[in-house]
Design a protein around this ligand. Structure first.
Ligand code: S3P
Length: 168
């Protein structure tokens, strides 16, 4: 079974996925990195700029399909995977989906003002997107874990113990 971490930009998906991988030995997959490698571009911002967001979203679908054939991997998704239900359908095939839930004020403190995230250029727009997506993250996840004011270790432990209980 795979562990799929979803949540808004800055929710800690990459850091928590890395921790889980260190604890469980599951192979770590960064969806954004897989996409960048395949695209031949430097980074996500360059894909958005040169190929367009639509192409990026198509590549998310391709990568999700490939991940669905894997087992025992922990996946840090991009914050926009819930836009296309087909992506979640692939990821859920062989995985449990965990929503890392973080308040917007905390997100702002973590990523506000940082370049390289094409979707986070305008804070007002980002807040609207946050509210809209929150509903979808909840809808598509098997469980939610709060990350505000908690250490990476605490969140990692919560994710693993909640997943264990789910399987019982
Ligand atoms: C996006 C989030 C980014 C990246 C891309 C689009 C989004 O990933 O996939 O910039 O639509 O929220 P992170 O959530 O890792 O920042």
């Amino acid at each position: 079974m795979n562990i799929i971490l979803i949540g808004f930009m800055g929710a800690g998906k990459s850091s928590i996925a890395k921790k889980i991988s260190e604890k469980t030995g599951d192979v770590l997959i960064e969806m954004d990195d897989m996409i960048v490698e395949r695209s031949g571009r430097k980074n996500v911002a360059e894909i958005f700029d040169k190929d367009g967001e639509l192409r990026f979203r198509e590549m998310e679908i391709e990568v999700a399909k490939e991940i669905s054939t894997k087992d025992n991997v922990v996946v840090a998704t991009g914050g926009g995977v819930i836009i296309n239900k087909i992506i979640l359908d692939y990821l859920r095939k062989n995985g449990k989906v965990v929503f890392l839930q973080t308040r917007f004020t905390e997100i702002l403190a973590r990523v506000g003002g940082v370049d390289g995230r094409p979707i986070f250029q305008d804070k007002k727009k980002a807040k609207i997107l946050f509210d809209f997506r929150e509903v979808l993250y909840k809808e598509y996840s098997d469980l939610s874990v709060a990350t505000d004011n908690r250490s990476l270790d605490e969140v990692c432990e919560s994710v693993l113990s909640m997943l264990k209980n789910k399987r019982r």
